[in-house]
Design a protein around this ligand. Sequence first.
Ligand code: COA
Length: 152
Amino acid sequence: MSKTTLNIPHPYEDGLAESWISTHRDNLNSGKNITYAIVKKDTDELIGSISLMLNKTHKKAELGYWIGAPYWSQGYCTEASQSIIEFGFRELDLNRIYALAMVENAGSWRVMEKVKMKYEGIRRQNVIKDGVSIDLKSYGILREDFYRQHNR
Ligand SMILES: CC(C)(COP(=O)(O)OP(=O)(O)OC[C@H]1O[C@@H](n2cnc3c(N)ncnc32)[C@H](O)[C@@H]1OP(=O)(O)O)[C@@H](O)C(=O)NCCC(=O)NCCS
């Protein structure tokens, strides 16, 4: 997972999950970031996480997510992304939601395509990972796109 993300340490030491989770309430209260757990409906088992990093000035948010490897390619991230996008437009009154993924991370940009985000191009050498500059594919959905897709 750390191969395709920027902020997940590897190795992932004991205690890191707890300290990450402990930041969520403050981030929510300060309006910086909303993070949800993704759980299986039938068992309540935690299988991943999804977040919106908010920029209130511009009424926009960056979508980010991960799913535990045993649960990949079963549609979970697509379902969670659809829900949080709907929440972002209907409840948070956002105007734009965007997401970025490494060019090689087809599983991630496929999710963006499946939730009808528009491809907005390559952000060339947008980040540096392990000393190497990396291109990111960029996708976005506007409030007007969302309501057009959902007939208001
Ligand atoms: C990216 C990630 C969140 C996707 O979660 P997921 O629950 O597997 O996603 P979904 O099942 O909803 O959809 C994945 C789609 O990508 C496709 N896919 C997965 N791996 C692929 C690959 N290597 N090449 C091409 N397509 C791929 C799946 O087949 C599926 O498409 P389909 O429904 O048309 O068949 C998950 O792989 C993950 O957590 N990766 C590690 C963390 C990460 O990269 N986070 C995103 C950072 S931008």
